[in-house]
Design a protein around this ligand. Structure first.
Ligand SMILES: [Fe+2]
Ligand SMILES: [Fe+2]
Length: 280
Protein backbone atom coordinates (compact mmCIF):
# COMPACT_ATOMS: atom_id res chain seq x y z
CA UNK A 1 0.00 0.00 0.00
CA UNK A 2 3.03 2.26 0.16
CA UNK A 3 3.30 5.40 2.25
CA UNK A 4 0.10 7.01 1.05
CA UNK A 5 -2.08 4.47 2.91
CA UNK A 6 -1.56 5.77 6.45
CA UNK A 7 -2.08 9.37 5.32
CA UNK A 8 -5.32 8.40 3.61
CA UNK A 9 -6.44 6.59 6.74
CA UNK A 10 -5.79 9.74 8.77
CA UNK A 11 -7.80 11.87 6.36
CA UNK A 12 -10.68 9.41 6.44
CA UNK A 13 -10.70 9.47 10.23
CA UNK A 14 -10.91 13.25 10.18
CA UNK A 15 -13.84 13.02 7.77
CA UNK A 16 -15.76 10.60 10.00
CA UNK A 17 -15.14 12.81 13.00
CA UNK A 18 -16.26 16.02 11.38
CA UNK A 19 -19.24 14.66 9.47
CA UNK A 20 -20.70 12.38 12.11
CA UNK A 21 -20.26 14.49 15.19
CA UNK A 22 -21.73 17.80 16.22
CA UNK A 23 -19.37 20.60 15.24
CA UNK A 24 -17.03 21.02 18.16
CA UNK A 25 -16.09 24.63 17.56
CA UNK A 26 -18.21 27.58 18.63
CA UNK A 27 -20.04 29.49 15.87
CA UNK A 28 -17.27 32.10 15.89
CA UNK A 29 -14.79 29.32 15.05
CA UNK A 30 -13.01 29.27 18.41
CA UNK A 31 -12.65 25.84 20.02
CA UNK A 32 -14.74 25.41 23.16
CA UNK A 33 -13.60 24.27 26.62
CA UNK A 34 -13.04 20.50 26.95
CA UNK A 35 -15.90 19.96 29.41
CA UNK A 36 -18.26 21.89 27.16
CA UNK A 37 -17.22 19.56 24.35
CA UNK A 38 -17.89 16.54 26.60
CA UNK A 39 -21.47 17.75 26.88
CA UNK A 40 -21.70 17.77 23.08
CA UNK A 41 -20.22 14.27 22.87
CA UNK A 42 -22.95 13.19 25.30
CA UNK A 43 -25.62 14.61 22.98
CA UNK A 44 -23.98 13.09 19.86
CA UNK A 45 -23.78 9.67 21.54
CA UNK A 46 -27.47 9.83 22.48
CA UNK A 47 -28.40 10.84 18.96
CA UNK A 48 -26.57 8.01 17.19
CA UNK A 49 -27.42 5.24 19.71
CA UNK A 50 -28.72 2.19 17.83
CA UNK A 51 -30.28 -1.17 18.63
CA UNK A 52 -28.82 -4.60 17.84
CA UNK A 53 -32.19 -5.71 16.48
CA UNK A 54 -31.90 -2.97 13.80
CA UNK A 55 -29.13 -4.95 12.07
CA UNK A 56 -30.25 -6.87 8.93
CA UNK A 57 -30.57 -10.29 10.64
CA UNK A 58 -33.45 -11.44 8.42
CA UNK A 59 -32.25 -10.18 5.06
CA UNK A 60 -28.47 -10.61 4.91
CA UNK A 61 -25.98 -13.39 5.68
CA UNK A 62 -24.24 -13.06 9.01
CA UNK A 63 -20.70 -13.04 7.50
CA UNK A 64 -19.23 -13.18 3.96
CA UNK A 65 -18.86 -16.62 2.33
CA UNK A 66 -21.08 -18.10 5.04
CA UNK A 67 -21.46 -21.33 3.00
CA UNK A 68 -17.75 -22.15 3.46
CA UNK A 69 -16.72 -23.72 6.79
CA UNK A 70 -13.21 -22.31 6.50
CA UNK A 71 -14.51 -18.74 6.15
CA UNK A 72 -17.13 -19.17 8.86
CA UNK A 73 -14.25 -20.07 11.18
CA UNK A 74 -12.19 -17.10 9.99
CA UNK A 75 -15.00 -14.62 10.64
CA UNK A 76 -16.08 -16.45 13.79
CA UNK A 77 -12.57 -15.91 15.21
CA UNK A 78 -12.67 -12.20 14.26
CA UNK A 79 -15.97 -11.92 16.13
CA UNK A 80 -14.50 -13.71 19.18
CA UNK A 81 -11.56 -11.29 19.26
CA UNK A 82 -13.90 -8.31 19.12
CA UNK A 83 -16.03 -9.82 21.86
CA UNK A 84 -12.92 -10.17 24.02
CA UNK A 85 -12.02 -6.53 23.31
CA UNK A 86 -15.50 -5.25 24.18
CA UNK A 87 -15.53 -7.20 27.44
CA UNK A 88 -12.55 -5.10 28.48
CA UNK A 89 -14.17 -1.98 27.00
CA UNK A 90 -17.33 -2.29 29.12
CA UNK A 91 -15.19 -2.84 32.22
CA UNK A 92 -12.95 0.17 31.46
CA UNK A 93 -15.93 2.41 30.57
CA UNK A 94 -17.74 1.44 33.79
CA UNK A 95 -14.68 2.27 35.90
CA UNK A 96 -14.43 5.65 34.17
CA UNK A 97 -18.14 6.34 34.72
CA UNK A 98 -17.72 5.68 38.44
CA UNK A 99 -14.46 7.63 38.80
CA UNK A 100 -14.95 10.87 36.86
CA UNK A 101 -16.00 13.73 39.13
CA UNK A 102 -17.39 16.28 36.64
CA UNK A 103 -21.12 16.03 35.75
CA UNK A 104 -20.34 16.59 32.03
CA UNK A 105 -17.92 13.66 32.01
CA UNK A 106 -20.21 11.42 34.07
CA UNK A 107 -23.17 12.04 31.73
CA UNK A 108 -20.96 11.23 28.76
CA UNK A 109 -19.47 8.03 30.24
CA UNK A 110 -22.97 6.74 31.01
CA UNK A 111 -23.51 6.60 27.22
CA UNK A 112 -20.17 4.87 26.66
CA UNK A 113 -21.02 2.07 29.10
CA UNK A 114 -24.30 1.54 27.20
CA UNK A 115 -22.47 1.52 23.86
CA UNK A 116 -19.92 -1.07 25.00
CA UNK A 117 -22.67 -3.27 26.49
CA UNK A 118 -24.56 -3.06 23.17
CA UNK A 119 -21.38 -4.09 21.34
CA UNK A 120 -21.12 -7.20 23.54
CA UNK A 121 -24.79 -7.92 22.77
CA UNK A 122 -24.11 -7.69 19.02
CA UNK A 123 -20.94 -9.83 19.07
CA UNK A 124 -22.64 -12.43 21.23
CA UNK A 125 -25.59 -12.69 18.87
CA UNK A 126 -23.23 -12.92 15.86
CA UNK A 127 -21.07 -15.56 17.60
CA UNK A 128 -24.07 -17.68 18.47
CA UNK A 129 -25.10 -17.74 14.78
CA UNK A 130 -21.80 -19.52 13.94
CA UNK A 131 -20.02 -22.64 15.23
CA UNK A 132 -17.84 -22.09 18.33
CA UNK A 133 -14.25 -21.11 17.55
CA UNK A 134 -11.26 -20.05 19.62
CA UNK A 135 -10.21 -16.44 19.02
CA UNK A 136 -8.86 -15.61 22.49
CA UNK A 137 -5.74 -13.45 22.32
CA UNK A 138 -3.29 -13.95 25.22
CA UNK A 139 -1.65 -10.63 24.29
CA UNK A 140 -4.94 -8.77 24.52
CA UNK A 141 -5.63 -10.44 27.87
CA UNK A 142 -2.32 -9.02 29.13
CA UNK A 143 -3.13 -5.59 27.65
CA UNK A 144 -6.50 -5.66 29.44
CA UNK A 145 -4.80 -6.32 32.76
CA UNK A 146 -2.64 -3.26 32.15
CA UNK A 147 -5.67 -1.07 31.29
CA UNK A 148 -7.54 -2.19 34.34
CA UNK A 149 -4.55 -1.84 36.67
CA UNK A 150 -4.18 1.88 35.85
CA UNK A 151 -4.52 3.89 39.02
CA UNK A 152 -4.73 7.33 37.47
CA UNK A 153 -7.59 8.56 35.29
CA UNK A 154 -4.95 10.18 33.07
CA UNK A 155 -3.45 6.73 32.36
CA UNK A 156 -6.72 4.88 31.71
CA UNK A 157 -8.18 7.49 29.37
CA UNK A 158 -4.90 7.74 27.48
CA UNK A 159 -4.40 3.99 26.96
CA UNK A 160 -8.01 2.99 26.44
CA UNK A 161 -9.64 5.85 24.53
CA UNK A 162 -6.84 7.89 23.03
CA UNK A 163 -4.71 4.99 21.80
CA UNK A 164 -6.66 1.77 21.70
CA UNK A 165 -10.02 3.05 20.48
CA UNK A 166 -8.39 5.45 18.01
CA UNK A 167 -6.76 2.50 16.26
CA UNK A 168 -9.77 0.17 16.68
CA UNK A 169 -11.67 2.61 14.45
CA UNK A 170 -9.38 1.76 11.56
CA UNK A 171 -9.80 -1.97 12.22
CA UNK A 172 -13.60 -1.58 11.97
CA UNK A 173 -13.18 0.35 8.76
CA UNK A 174 -11.19 -2.54 7.30
CA UNK A 175 -13.76 -5.09 8.49
CA UNK A 176 -16.59 -2.98 7.01
CA UNK A 177 -14.85 -2.82 3.61
CA UNK A 178 -14.57 -6.61 3.33
CA UNK A 179 -17.98 -7.52 4.77
CA UNK A 180 -20.44 -5.41 2.77
CA UNK A 181 -24.01 -6.77 2.57
CA UNK A 182 -23.65 -8.82 5.76
CA UNK A 183 -24.80 -8.37 9.37
CA UNK A 184 -21.14 -8.14 10.44
CA UNK A 185 -20.57 -5.34 7.90
CA UNK A 186 -23.64 -3.43 9.10
CA UNK A 187 -22.41 -3.70 12.69
CA UNK A 188 -18.88 -2.60 11.75
CA UNK A 189 -20.34 0.59 10.25
CA UNK A 190 -22.17 1.33 13.51
CA UNK A 191 -18.95 0.75 15.43
CA UNK A 192 -17.02 3.25 13.31
CA UNK A 193 -19.37 5.99 14.48
CA UNK A 194 -19.52 4.82 18.12
CA UNK A 195 -15.77 4.51 18.43
CA UNK A 196 -15.14 7.81 16.66
CA UNK A 197 -17.09 9.37 19.55
CA UNK A 198 -15.31 7.23 22.17
CA UNK A 199 -11.89 8.14 20.81
CA UNK A 200 -12.55 11.83 20.31
CA UNK A 201 -14.22 12.25 23.70
CA UNK A 202 -11.19 10.51 25.26
CA UNK A 203 -8.80 12.95 23.60
CA UNK A 204 -10.98 15.80 24.85
CA UNK A 205 -11.23 14.52 28.43
CA UNK A 206 -7.49 13.83 28.51
CA UNK A 207 -6.95 17.43 27.36
CA UNK A 208 -9.06 18.53 30.34
CA UNK A 209 -7.12 16.27 32.73
CA UNK A 210 -3.77 17.51 31.43
CA UNK A 211 -4.67 21.20 31.34
CA UNK A 212 -2.78 21.81 34.59
CA UNK A 213 -0.57 18.74 34.59
CA UNK A 214 2.97 19.00 35.92
CA UNK A 215 6.02 18.14 33.82
CA UNK A 216 6.49 15.11 36.08
CA UNK A 217 2.97 13.84 35.26
CA UNK A 218 3.55 14.25 31.52
CA UNK A 219 6.89 12.45 31.83
CA UNK A 220 5.21 9.63 33.76
CA UNK A 221 2.52 9.23 31.07
CA UNK A 222 5.15 9.11 28.33
CA UNK A 223 6.91 6.30 30.28
CA UNK A 224 3.63 4.38 30.64
CA UNK A 225 3.12 4.61 26.87
CA UNK A 226 6.61 3.37 26.11
CA UNK A 227 6.23 0.36 28.41
CA UNK A 228 2.85 -0.52 26.91
CA UNK A 229 3.82 -0.36 23.25
CA UNK A 230 5.67 -3.69 22.61
CA UNK A 231 2.69 -5.70 23.88
CA UNK A 232 0.31 -3.58 21.82
CA UNK A 233 2.29 -4.34 18.64
CA UNK A 234 2.42 -8.09 19.46
CA UNK A 235 -1.36 -8.14 19.77
CA UNK A 236 -1.86 -6.13 16.60
CA UNK A 237 -0.22 -8.72 14.35
CA UNK A 238 -1.31 -11.85 16.28
CA UNK A 239 -3.81 -14.27 14.69
CA UNK A 240 -5.68 -17.14 16.32
CA UNK A 241 -4.97 -20.69 15.01
CA UNK A 242 -7.82 -20.74 12.46
CA UNK A 243 -6.39 -17.66 10.71
CA UNK A 244 -2.67 -18.53 10.77
CA UNK A 245 -2.81 -19.70 7.14
CA UNK A 246 -3.27 -16.02 6.25
CA UNK A 247 -0.01 -14.91 7.94
CA UNK A 248 2.34 -15.17 4.95
CA UNK A 249 -0.05 -13.48 2.50
CA UNK A 250 -0.84 -10.68 4.97
CA UNK A 251 2.74 -9.92 6.08
CA UNK A 252 2.98 -6.73 4.04
CA UNK A 253 -0.45 -5.60 5.18
CA UNK A 254 0.52 -6.27 8.81
CA UNK A 255 3.56 -4.00 8.43
CA UNK A 256 1.29 -1.30 6.98
CA UNK A 257 -1.14 -1.63 9.91
CA UNK A 258 1.69 -1.27 12.44
CA UNK A 259 3.00 1.83 10.67
CA UNK A 260 -0.49 3.35 10.31
CA UNK A 261 -1.34 2.80 13.96
CA UNK A 262 1.99 4.26 15.05
CA UNK A 263 1.20 7.38 13.00
CA UNK A 264 -2.30 7.65 14.46
CA UNK A 265 -1.01 7.22 18.02
CA UNK A 266 1.87 9.57 17.56
CA UNK A 267 -0.46 12.29 16.30
CA UNK A 268 -2.91 11.93 19.21
CA UNK A 269 -0.18 11.79 21.81
CA UNK A 270 1.86 14.73 20.57
CA UNK A 271 -1.30 16.87 20.25
CA UNK A 272 -1.73 16.30 23.98
CA UNK A 273 1.83 17.53 24.63
CA UNK A 274 3.23 14.05 25.37
CA UNK A 275 6.18 12.30 23.79
CA UNK A 276 5.41 9.69 21.10
CA UNK A 277 6.41 6.23 22.38
CA UNK A 278 8.53 5.37 19.30
CA UNK A 279 10.63 7.00 16.57
CA UNK A 280 8.89 7.26 13.22
FE1 LIG B 1 -16.87 -1.28 21.75
FE1 LIG C 1 -15.47 1.82 22.33
Amino acid sequence: MGNKGPERALRHLEQVLTEELEPLARPNGRPSRPLERMRRFYRSAKRVAWDVSDLPWDTQPVVPRADSERWRLVWGSVIQQQLQADQTAVDAATRLLLQVPEPEARMYYSTMVQDEARHIEGWTRLASSLEPVDGFSPYFAELSEKFLECELLEESVLLFQVLFEGCALEAFREIAKTTEQTVLGAMANKLIVDDAIHHRSGVTYEEHLLSNASKAMKGHLSDVLRRYMPLYIENLTWRPPVRRWLNAGMAEHDRYVVKRNQLLMSRSVTELGLKAPFDL
